[in-house]
Design a binder for this molecule. Structure first.
Ligand code: DP6
Length: 367
């Protein structure tokens, strides 16, 4: 089993003066949720997600080797420019600086270069869709391309595992955005190869029912979140229900593993909706407590339940740490569900906005 030490680079085998890479990485939607963490971005419980296809970040990384006197102090700093959609974006720099500091020990070559990072999302910035998962994953892929250029004998398996390992240090859920279609992050007794350090592709059989699964994201509230995920995770320390919650996540992951094999959609719906409501229940029962759902979030949930009861169409909802609603359903009911969304749910979306996505394959190199 790999440990943190295995991700430290000792010596580069090749030297590289300059170059540029471009990767895209998608967002992902958790089915069993990560909420609560230990030191160094180790999750308090394992989680599993669908990798998305359309909601993604595209990041270009240009790098040039610095030529300073070996003893120069400036040589011992990270040096980078950050552009968002081609324009300088100072506000994003501290997050990247912090990310570089966290991964410094695993990527000591970063201080040898000046970087220009240019990034853009395929979804609107203010949509309330978090770009941290796709953004950190896309940056981690680019960094690994540089590391592979410096060490060309690296295996493909190590390349993707370390990318996920680095992405996790940027944002926990980002480690599930490297690969598709279904990714597990966090050690689980019944999932072979699962690790707290990086995400792995779901290793067992996946029933036909889940091929091309659909996710339509209803944008209920695009405003800034009142509570960041990082603060939310922290509130799981000393939370009165924390231990039961972490145990429940292990149980739910064991159950969902069987569901992916059998294709039982009723059981899938029950676990996914229960996980979403439990996540929000944890927020409502922490100290301080908070509510991220909006009135329209509840209207949408009730309308989905009514539609499901009346039609027997197997759709369900899930939520992230926000007010937006993800509607999950099999591909074969797509037309029917999209019509339902147009007829009954668009009115609850901010400016009538929603995004159609499907399960996807993970990060991709563009150049
Ligand atoms: C509710 O990955 O955003 O979306 O590790 O602090 O960056 P940090 O948190 P983040 O938390 C996401 C939590 C969640 C559930 C999930 O995606 O599993």
């Amino acid at each position: 089993m790999l440990s943190e030490q295995d991700f430290i680079v000792n010596d580069n085998t090749t030297s590289v003066e300059k170059g540029t890479f471009q990767w895209s990485a998608p967002s992902n939607i958790a089915l069993v949720k990560y909420w609560g963490k230990k030191e160094n971005q180790i999750p308090a419980n394992p989680s599993i997600s669908f990798t998305l296809n359309n909601c993604k970040t595209i990041t270009n990384l240009a790098f040039t080797k610095k030529h300073f006197d070996k003893l120069s102090v400036t040589n011992n700093r990270f040096s980078f420019d950050l552009l968002f959609e081609g324009k300088p974006k100072e506000e994003f720099k501290p997050k990247i600086q912090k990310f570089f500091e966290r991964i410094d020990v695993y990527c000591p070559y970063l201080k040898d270069y000046h970087f220009t990072i240019d990034t853009e999302n395929t979804f609107p910035h203010s949509s309330g869709i978090a770009s941290s998962a796709s953004g950190m994953a896309a940056l981690a892929m680019n960094i690994m391309s540089l590391e592979k250029a410096l060490n060309p004998t690296m295996t493909n398996q190590f390349f993707f595992q370390k990318a996920s390992f680095l992405a996790r240090l940027g944002s926990g859920s980002a480690c599930r955005s490297i690969k598709g279609n279904i990714v597990v992050w966090g050690k689980h007794a019944e999932i072979e190869g699962s690790s707290d350090l990086f995400g792995v592709e779901f290793p067992a059989k996946i029933h036909e029912n889940f091929k091309n699964y659909q996710d339509t994201i209803l944008l209920v509230d695009k405003g800034e979140k009142q509570v960041s995920s990082t603060i939310g995770h922290d509130l799981m320390h000393n939370h009165p229900f924390a231990e039961q919650r972490f145990a429940q996540a292990h149980d739910n992951l064991a159950k969902i593993k069987i569901i992916f094999e059998t294709g039982n959609l009723d059981e899938f719906i029950q676990i996914v909706e229960s996980e979403a409501l439990t996540l929000h229940a944890m927020m409502m029962t922490s100290l301080p407590y908070f509510i991220l759902m909006k009135p329209n979030t509840l209207e949408i949930i009730n309308t989905i339940w009514k539609f499901r009861n009346e039609t027997n169409i197997p759709i369900c909802f899930t939520l992230d740490a926000g007010a937006n609603v993800h509607i999950l359903y099999p591909e074969n009911v797509r037309e029917h569900v999209l019509q339902f969304i147009k007829d009954e749910l668009v009115g609850y979306c901010q400016n009538g906005n929603y995004i159609c996505d499907t399960i996807g394959n993970g990060s991709q190199i563009l150049t």
